[in-house]
Design a protein around this ligand. Structure first.
Ligand code: FAD
Length: 298
């Protein structure tokens, strides 16, 4: 009998998960429920985002510090330099280092709407993510991830200058890049070829975003192409969250299978603080709970 396309993947992959810091007690419960469900998949790290312009500074820190104190997971704190002086960044970096946090996702951040969408560095701040990476590295020996854009960052002068910028971030000391979400495996592989040709050897983890809301995806997509077939898959599901979630899992799992077939073994999931989609996709990729196994054999 024919096995389903996804049925035979061996699960020889590693995963990481992104969360956002909760605003309310109820959201906090939802986050920790998701973390508890996903932790047995033994992610290589779990990251916590930083609100626009540093608006979640305290909440990001609280979530990351709790992950460090109460779980076996490796937490990674997102940190942006937009609107912050170098002194403020140093202070935050020191606090993370003291809390035992060793992994930072170093980003520039988006310009606030008041600056008309044009990034202007803080007068005493870092001019770009590459500068931030260098500053963090000089302060503490952090493990650093940076952002990469397979379909080019919207503000970049050209695809080549964006690639040069990624190279600068890696050369400044970043250990890996995590991509903006994308829906075409081909776009990712083309980008990977370009990074290799540019001499970038650091891993470039694909950022996988299950489509839970098509409107939100369109709002956030920037330069990311939304293929016609993807739009067709979600047609008429705006008011049907149940079927939409199932279709989203199938679409994301299919993307992951294509990536797997092209040799990808590390996957980064944008979870939006929900376990179901990421867990189901990992399951389809053959990944099974590991932590218990490790505990039992210890
Ligand atoms: P940079 O790498 O500094 O690049 C910004 C732009 O400037 C690019 O177009 C680049 O090509 C250009 N550029 C930089 N330096 C030069 C130079 N010397 N010459 C010419 N061009 C240059 N935002 C948040 O607010 N909080 C988060 O938690 C967050 N997490 C993210 C996680 C991931 C995985 C990704 C992909 C993005 C995330 N973002 C987050 C969004 C990010 O902050 C924005 O995309 C931001 O606009 C760019 O940040 P960057 O770190 O890529 O900037």
């Amino acid at each position: 009998a024919l096995a389903p396309a996804l049925g035979c993947l061996p699960g020889d992959i590693s995963v990481s998960f992104e969360f956002f810091p909760p605003k309310t007690e109820k959201m906090e419960e939802q986050l920790w429920d998701a973390i508890t469900q996903l932790a047995p998949l033994a992610p290589s790290f779990v990251s916590v985002t930083y609100g626009a312009g540093g608006s979640t500074r305290e909440r990001t820190h609280a979530t990351v510090a709790r992950l460090a104190a109460e779980t076996d997971l490796v937490p990674a704190a997102h940190l942006t330099c937009v609107g912050a002086s170098k002194g403020e960044i140093d202070e935050i970096a020191d606090q993370y280092w003291e809390a035992g946090v060793r992994h930072i996702v170093a980003l520039r951040g988006d310009p606030p709407p008041s600056q008309g969408g044009v990034f202007t560095p803080h007068p005493e701040g870092y001019a770009s993510a590459a500068d931030l990476v260098a500053g963090l590295k000089a302060r503490h020996d952090f493990d650093i991830s940076v952002a990469a854009y397979p379909e080019v960052h919207p503000e970049a002068a050209s695809a080549q200058s964006d690639l040069d910028n990624l190279k600068r971030k890696i050369d400044a000391g970043a250990n890996r890049a995590i991509t903006q979400f994308f829906f075409s495996a081909e776009a990712y592989f083309r980008f990977l070829d370009k990074t290799q040709a540019a001499g970038i050897t650091a891993p470039i983890l694909p950022g996988i975003m299950p489509v839970t809301s098509f409107a939100a995806i369109r709002r956030m997509s920037g330069n990311t192409e939304i293929p016609v077939w993807l739009e067709a898959m979600f047609e008429g599901l705006d008011e049907r969250p149940g079927p939409r979630a199932l279709v989203a899992a199938v679409a994301a799992a299919d993307l992951c299978r294509n990536l797997y077939e092209g040799g990808v073994r590390d996957f980064h999931f944008y979870t939006l603080n929900r376990a179901e989609q990421a867990y189901a996709i990992c399951q389809l990729l053959g990944l099974r709970p590991k932590l218990q196994e490790l505990r039992e054999s210890a």
